[in-house]
Design a protein around this ligand. Structure first.
Ligand code: SF4
Length: 312
């Protein structure tokens, strides 16, 4: 029997694995990570450092400074875009290096980042329909699981906490229909109530830097198709250069598709949702710097490696 942990590079799935390993010390524990090739450099650092800690294993942990830039510099066409080759080569090297010291980690790569998927599907996702995570995470993980795990004996653990138990119930029911057992080790535990950051501090592991910049999740380097105004306002304030890159990619995709598309929307001036490009949202914020958006449930993205319910 193997207990597989779906790890996203986020603090919640790390703590869930920690709790589960303590509860089942004599069982085989393995880890599945679906890489969008668009994660923050510090997400990869945290993934490796966090798993090495849980396994009591020495591993080479990269620092943020080791990584090339994920962005493509200069002018380029989105038609032929396939990420920054230097960044992707480094990630391939990191996968090989990590496999040598943490063979329990299955590091899955679909091969396209979210922008490539939006381009290829000719559709910019949204908060309900997310082709990026459907293809680069959920279907990838499910296909790997179907080939490599045993539904009669194995368990898949996810990092959902007690405040989102409804998500776990839907998820478990969905996979149970196909005979799979999913568990959420944090639900019903003290650790789940306290949350991961204190446990990370006790372990001497620095929390991923996106959390330190007020992001609510550690996915896709702080970019997210499902995120809302509060998320992008925070990104504009904390990482204006990365916001500018998102803005440029949104514009390139819009030009490529030949229609007005936007991650955000606005209801200003009426009840009907209007597209709100990242360029317009930035200008709004520049004109009214006193504007403050608050995170509301669901406004930050993203449990997108596991949430099928709202996907296409
Ligand atoms: S974090 Fe957002 S953009 Fe990235 S794969 Fe998930 S839904 Fe898509």
């Amino acid at each position: 029997m193997t207990r597989y942990h779906s790890v996203s590079g986020g603090a919640g799935s790390w703590l869930a694995a920690k709790v589960d390993m303590a509860a089942h010390p004599y069982e085989d524990h393995r880890f599945i990570f679906a890489d969008t090739l668009y994660e923050d450099a510090d997400c990869y650092r945290f993934l490796i450092e966090g798993l090495a800690y849980l396994l009591g294993r020495a591993a080479i942990v990269p620092s943020v400074e080791d990584f090339p830039d994920y962005r493509v510099s200069g002018d380029f066409s989105i038609e032929t875009y396939n990420g920054n080759p230097e960044w992707r080569e480094f990630l391939a090297y990191l996968r090989r290096q990590t496999a040598a010291s943490i063979p329990e980690l299955t590091w899955l790569v679909e091969g396209r980042d979210p922008w490539e998927i939006f381009r290829d599907k000719r559709f910019l996702g949204n908060s309900r329909i997310d082709p990026c995570s459907l293809l680069a995470k959920r279907e990838l993980i499910d296909a790997w699981r179907d080939l490599n795990a045993d539904k009669t004996t194995d368990v898949i653990c996810v990092g959902i906490g007690p405040d989102e138990a409804h998500r776990y119930n839907r998820l478990a029911a969905r996979h149970a229909k196909k005979g799979w057992t999913y568990e959420a080790p944090l639900i019903g535990t003290t650790e789940g109530e306290f949350g991961p950051f204190g446990y990370l501090a006790n372990a001497g592991i620095e929390r991923p830097r996106l959390y330190r910049m007020n992001y609510m999740h550690n996915n896709c380097g702080g970019f997210c198709i499902k995120a809302g105004h509060a998320h992008y306002q925070n990104r504009l304030r904390k990482q204006p250069d990365r916001y500018a890159y998102d803005e440029m990619m949104e514009r390139k995709l819009s030009d490529f598709l030949g229609k007005d598309i936007s991650i955000l929307s606005s209801r200003i001036g009426g009840d009907v949702k209007q597209p709100l490009t990242l360029a317009d949202f930035r200008r709004r914020n520049e004109e009214k710097p006193e504007l403050d958006f608050e995170y509301t449930p669901g406004s930050s993205g993203c449990g997108c490696a596991i949430d099928y319910e709202e996907a296409a």
